[in-house]
Ligand binder design. Structure first.
Ligand code: GLU
Length: 215
């Protein structure tokens, strides 16, 4: 078990997401990370260890309106800074946080390597974000279409959140066999593994069903 927290709205999502992943610490984890969009770039902070270790990397004046955070329980690749989430796609335009396991990641990875993809981590998650990137570019799809298309090729259990520098006002989330709930606020949305991270902002929660994708 481990956790995902996302924020999209007009407030600074960085402290909201950091507080949110702290509230998911009870689920167990070995590393924590966070990313946000700034000036058409995805910035990532991640670290093996506790959320407070991650917090010490993040300066108080960092502001993000679209932010994703993660606590990892390693299944593919040892606990390390490199294997911690979020992970970026090779062209650095997409980022993902993921809980769960992609069972057929090895065969997908081999196909991507043949197409020139290079991987920085040992995770199944980095394979997933690069498959989303490949399918998005190859078929000229929107982010949500690319995620939907990719998930038809994936075997496993997952909850994911994905952002793209080309779609700076959107977050795409999906789930199958791993929990994910959307919090609907006033002009802002939250996403989390359970509602605790956003309950002080909104009580309106939408629980995704297995196989559902939301934008
Ligand atoms: N399988 C992924 C990894 O090992 C996600 C693990 C998790 O659920 O945190 O990085």
């Amino acid at each position: 078990m481990c956790g995902i927290v996302g924020y999209i709205g007009n407030e600074n999502g960085v402290p909201i997401v950091l507080d949110g992943i702290t509230r998911l610490e009870y689920r167990g984890y070995d590393s924590a990370g966070l990313c946000f969009l700034k000036s058409s770039k995805i910035q990532i902070f991640k670290k093996q260890g506790k959320v407070r270790d991650l917090q010490s990397l993040i300066k108080k004046n960092i502001i993000g309106n679209i932010v994703m955070g993660h606590t990892r329980w390693a299944t593919h690749g040892k606990p390390s800074d490199k294997n911690a989430h979020p992970h970026m796609s090779m062209n650095k335009k997409l980022a993902i946080v993921h809980n769960g396991i992609i069972e057929n990641y090895d065969s997908i990875k081999k196909g991507l390597v043949q197409r020139g993809y290079i991987f920085k981590s040992e995770t199944d998650t980095e394979v997933l974000i690069n498959l989303i990137e490949y399918i998005k570019l190859d078929s000229n799809l929107s982010l949500v279409e690319a995620v939907q298309q990719t998930l038809t090729q994936v075997v496993g259990a997952y909850s994911i959140a994905v952002i793209s520098v080309d779609d700076p006002e959107k977050m795409v989330v999906a789930k199958k066999g791993s929990p994910l709930v959307i919090g609907v606020g006033k002009s802002e949305y939250f996403v989390a593994s359970d509602p605790a991270p956003f309950l002080k902002f909104t009580k309106r929660a939408i629980y995704l069903d297995d196989g559902e994708v939301a934008e």
